[in-house]
Design a protein around this ligand. Structure first.
Ligand code: PEP
Ligand code: MG
Length: 550
């Protein structure tokens, strides 16, 4: 098996035979012309025919790939009407007494070089467009009506480069993947591949000779790799991956934009858990209702010293703006126990999971806490930010937090700094103490989010870091499930919402139970949003008995 790497344009797995896409590059034979006037007429006729052809392609692309993708074909039409372009061709014909096709070829090369040398990636990508439209005109001038040979078998298309018009002309059902030697990930061909949902990779140094045509290959669009002549074991592995991915894509198509609502009308919010702004794309891609847990400690781990207020503000602001009004719950710094970083100089503790961690560190070292709070309040002016405090065990801690937040807000007021006055502040319920006094805690905060990872470790006295205890760990332990129900009931009695943001939220075998007991929201890894939406939409809680003795 040979493999060739390039840049990923669109993820996905494709398995099939290779088909080399040969373009008929027109050889221009006639260079000298006698009558410049008739050459200019020939050029304008060909140009008009090319514009008509592009209009037909535009309508085809509009149906198959949508408005955004089809727009490039309108841009191509505009290029052919561009005054700089047409006067360049006409000028060359008149000054050099050459044929229209030669003048177009010279203009093509000139504009191609000009766009290619631009710094801006978007403009750089236009080089391929100008080449594409020019070659269309040249083909018409040379009376070349040939189209690249079509295959009737769906194949992996490998080409030196693909122009947008070539991409749309291909029958979508016969293309398993696109692999190109040249091309840019920002090109419209790339945009078309993404919109058509076809795995695509570019900048792959693969030989484009006949010997590769018809050979079996696997394209891994996620990692930008094509494997030629894979063995059967590898093909089977990739088929399994492909099936999973197809299932996910089916869900995506069917479920995007839909509510998380059961057959009997119970609604649940589905939020995403993230660790940094790189994860924001997958939140949107998976159509989350917002972010239910932004583990802010990762911002601290990515640095060698404490992140400044300004650095944090930019990160929270980006998250708030990207989510455009959807909820972004940022959890304040939760370090200690298994989450350590050198520059904090945390003392070695006998029992760190029960030591100085999370809110205990923030209440001990209030300057670090205040810096984060200032950044969060400031960012709240740019979207829908909520603040969540981890590892709470008592009402007194909340009172202490409130005192600090009031001080921070007063400071911001005195400095005339804007922040949202409707910001919700909630707590994580991740200690048995918090669960058992959740009736009292509910009176102090705007929402609860149950951290089942820690709640389980403390309830069962099982260190989540110690694999030796695995066989004693029961993820569905009645103690944990009962505490979840108790927390939800106490939240509702006090008219606040309770969600789950620990790993248990993504456990599809518990979704029905969570719906039945009225959990308001689940916050999970982005990839789990749509499988959960699917599960919720197929559930009828009125026909369900509670599976557990809650
Ligand atoms: C939890 O404890 O369930 C939780 C969500 O927080 P973390 O896993 O970050 O401790
Ligand atoms: Mg936790």
């Amino acid at each position: 098996m040979d493999n060739y790497s390039g840049k990923s344009v669109f993820g996905g797995i494709a398995i099939g035979k290779i088909r080399i896409f040969q373009k008929g590059r027109q050889e221009i034979k006639n260079i000298k012309a006698d009558n410049p006037k008739s050459e200019i007429e020939r050029f304008n006729d060909a140009r008009n025919k090319a514009i008509e052809g592009l209009q037909e392609l535009y309508e085809k692309a509009l149906k198959e790939a949508g408005e955004q993708s089809a727009a490039i074909l309108q841009i191509h039409q505009l290029m052919l009407n561009d005054i700089d372009y047409t006067s360049s061709v006409e000028g060359i014909i008149t000054k050099q007494n050459v044929t229209a096709e030669f003048a177009v070829a010279v203009t093509r090369d000139y504009f191609y070089e000009m766009f290619s040398s631009m710094e801006d990636e978007y403009m750089k990508a236009r080089a391929a467009d100008v080449k594409d439209v020019s070659e269309r005109v040249i083909r018409i001038l040379c009376n070349d009506h040939s189209k690249p040979a079509d295959s009737k078998v769906p194949s992996i298309i490998i080409a030196d480069d693909l122009a947008p018009s070539e991409t749309v002309q291909l029958d979508k059902d016969l293309v398993l993947a696109f692999v190109t030697v040249h091309g840019s990930v920002n090109s419209h061909t790339a945009i078309l591949a993404k919109t058509m949902g076809i795995p695509a990779i570019t900048n792959v140094d693969i030989p484009l000779n006949r010997s590769i045509n018809g050979r079996m290959a696997v394209v891994d669009g996620y990692n930008g790799i094509i494997y030629v002549d894979p063995d059967s074991k590898f093909v089977r592995e990739m088929q399994t991956l492909q099936e999973k991915e197809l299932y996910k894509r089916k869900l995506l198509l069917e479920l995007k934009g839909k509510d998380n609502v059961t057959l009997d009308g119970k609604k649940m919010m589905l939020y995403a858990n993230i660790g940094n702004t790189k994860d924001l794309a997958s939140v949107t891609e998976n159509d989350a209702n917002g972010i239910g847990l932004f583990r802010s400690e990762f911002i601290y781990f990515e640095k060698n010293s404490l992140p400044t207020e300004e650095e944090q503000f930019e990160i929270y602001k980006t998250a708030a703006e990207t989510l455009a009004g959807k909820r972004v719950v940022v959890r304040t710094l939760d370090i200690g126990a298994d989450k350590q970083t050198d520059y904090f100089n945390l003392e070695t503790e006998e029992n760190p999971a029960m030591g100085l961690r999370a809110i205990r560190i923030c209440l001990t070292n209030q300057e670090i806490f205040k810096t984060q709070l200032r950044a969060l309040y400031r960012a709240s002016d740019f979207g829908n930010i909520s603040i969540m405090y981890p590892f709470i065990t008592s009402v007194e801690e909340i009172k202490e937090i409130k005192k600090i937040t009031e001080e921070v807000k007063k400071e911001l007021d005195a400095q005339g700094v804007d922040y949202s006055h409707n910001i919700e502040e909630g707590i994580m319920i991740e200690t048995p103490a918090a669960a058992l006094i959740s009736d009292k805690l509910a009176k102090e905060v705007d929402f609860f989010s149950i951290g089942t990872n820690d709640l389980s470790q403390y309830a069962m006295a099982i260190d989540r870091q110690n694999s030796k205890t695995d066989r004693f760990y029961d993820p569905h332990h009645l103690a944990v499930l009962r505490m979840i129900k108790m927390v939800v009931d106490n939240a509702h009695k006090n008219r606040i919402k309770a969600g789950i943001c620990g790993e248990l939220g993504a456990d599809l075998s518990l979704t029905e139970t969570f719906l039945k007991i009225g959990v308001d929201a689940l916050s999970v890894s982005p990839a789990m949003i749509l499988p959960l939406r699917d599960k919720i939409r197929k559930t009828d809680t009125s026909k369900l008995d509670l599976q557990y003795d809650l």
